[in-house]
Design a binder for this molecule. Structure first.
Ligand code: ATP
Length: 293
């Protein structure tokens, strides 16, 4: 028998809807024990998963599995950046943006089968003001929504959509100066999204053309919004189409700087990060190994 690979599952017990599914029992039942020697650890607090992932990578573990939503995936992936250890995902959140982009099954047993049968590839990752992101980052409205959502006790898609519908009318665009591909532009900014993966999660495609292995960020700029544009954009996001140029503009770049007069909110993978007047957003090409179907 060839040497078994080490695999560590990092479970965020607080992520996803409450469920009676015993993840540990399912892993024991469905994981290929001829291929893997496994261990399960549980996060005890926010910020714990990067430590657990890094520790696994340093000890030579071949695969680390994030069991949770995009917040957990972000934390585990952060701990594995530039290492030889591959990230795998058992999706348990409400959005599951990276899992969906990588075409991972969302069901637990099917996702465990990917661990048994999948292969390892390497993807790009992004960085906004020193914070790694793997799916999307952004400034403006999407960050504002992440800040309100973070304080919400109710989670899930419906809460999210209700929040967006309520807040879209109140949130105002701000002037920004953006340097992209050697050009500087002064523009209004309702939202500027930086996409590594094509979608925010829940199959809401902010950058339908994004390729996670091309070394480039897809930037989506919405300068101003009104009801007609909001409806058009929502329709395009849910049908994986580019919006017309009047509603949104798209750029590809490996680096973008943005300066603002008033501080703007920003997020990475849906996690609200605070406010700033200056943003540096970079791509780190092929910097994370991932296990895919
Ligand atoms: N043991 C823990 N206790 C409290 N918070 C934790 C713990 N472990 C991880 N976290 C935090 O929980 C946050 C949310 O996790 P995650 O995004 O995976 O789940 P979710 O919010 O249910 O999913 P989604 O974002 O898809 O709705 C993470 O950003 C992480 O910092």
């Amino acid at each position: 028998m060839s040497k078994r690979l080490h695999i560590r599952f990092i479970i965020n017990p607080t992520s996803g809807p409450k469920s009676r599914v015993n993840v540990a029992a399912r892993i024991e039942q469905h994981l290929d024990h001829r291929k893997y020697k496994y261990e399960i650890v549980y996060t005890e607090r926010a910020g714990h998963a990067p430590e657990l992932a890094q520790e696994a990578a340093e000890s030579g573990c071949e695969v680390v599995v994030a069991v949770g939503g995009d917040g957990t995936v972000n934390e585990v992936a952060r701990g594995l950046l530039h290492s030889e250890t591959a990230l795998a995902i058992l999706p348990k959140g409400s959005g599951n943006g990276l899992a969906r982009h990588l075409k991972l099954p969302l069901g637990l047993e099917a996702a465990i089968r990917v661990l048994n049968q999948g292969h390892i590839t390497t993807i790009d990752t992004g960085n906004i003001n020193g914070h790694p992101f793997f799916t999307t980052a952004g400034i403006g409205f999407d960050a504002y929504i992440s800040s309100v959502f973070a304080g919400n006790t109710k989670r899930g898609l419906q809460t999210y959509v209700e929040l967006v519908m309520k807040e879209v009318r109140n949130y105002k665009h701000l002037p920004v100066k953006a340097s992209i591909n050697g050009n500087t532009m002064d523009t209004d900014c309702f939202v500027m999204a930086f996409a590594n993966a094509a979608q925010y999660g829940n199959n809401a495609y902010i950058a339908p053309m994004a390729d996670i292995q091309d070394g480039l960020l897809d930037v989506c700029l919405v300068r101003k919004i009104d009801l007609v544009k909001a409806l058009h954009l929502s329709y395009c996001m849910l049908t994986k189409q580019l919006a017309n140029a009047d509603s949104a503009e798209y750029f590809k770049t490996d680096h973008i700087s943005v300066q603002t007069e008033e501080a703007m909110m920003y997020h990475a993978d849906g996690e609200f990060l605070g406010e700033s007047k200056a943003f540096e957003v970079k791509m780190l090409p092929l910097s994370l190994k991932v296990l895919v179907p």
